[in-house]
Design a protein around this ligand. Sequence first.
Ligand SMILES: [Zn+2]
Length: 143
Amino acid sequence: MPASWLNWLRFIRWIRQIPSSILLLYIAVGQGIGAGVYTGGRLMQGTLGVAGEIGHTCIDIHGPQCECGSRGCLTHYVSTPAFMLYAEEERSCHSGTQLQPGFSRSELFAALAAGDSAAAAAQFLFSNTGLLDAPKNPMGAAS
Ligand SMILES: [Zn+2]
């Protein structure tokens, strides 16, 4: 049996032991941002089956246009593409950076590990403006 199946089975066994009075929220950040909400002894699916789709929650009505039709969705501030945009912006301001135009995600993480100033600045901005406040818009100005 593949390790991923074993982990899945362990997860199922673990989650079934959680009392139904507990609310469990799991948030995953990657290409977007999403959540799983476990409450009342079951995983919430919602009427349309999209419970936990928090990435398209509007956090800035003047934010950038989103593909979903709204503006300023959370995913524009907290996601891997947002982090890449922060890094691209910092790359142009740091002359000693190892990041080259068109850098990849793995190159960005390698630069972070190597202590690159542009990558570190992007990480700082992402950490501070992405989750706590959004004075800086990494996905472009609102129109
Ligand atoms: Zn959206």
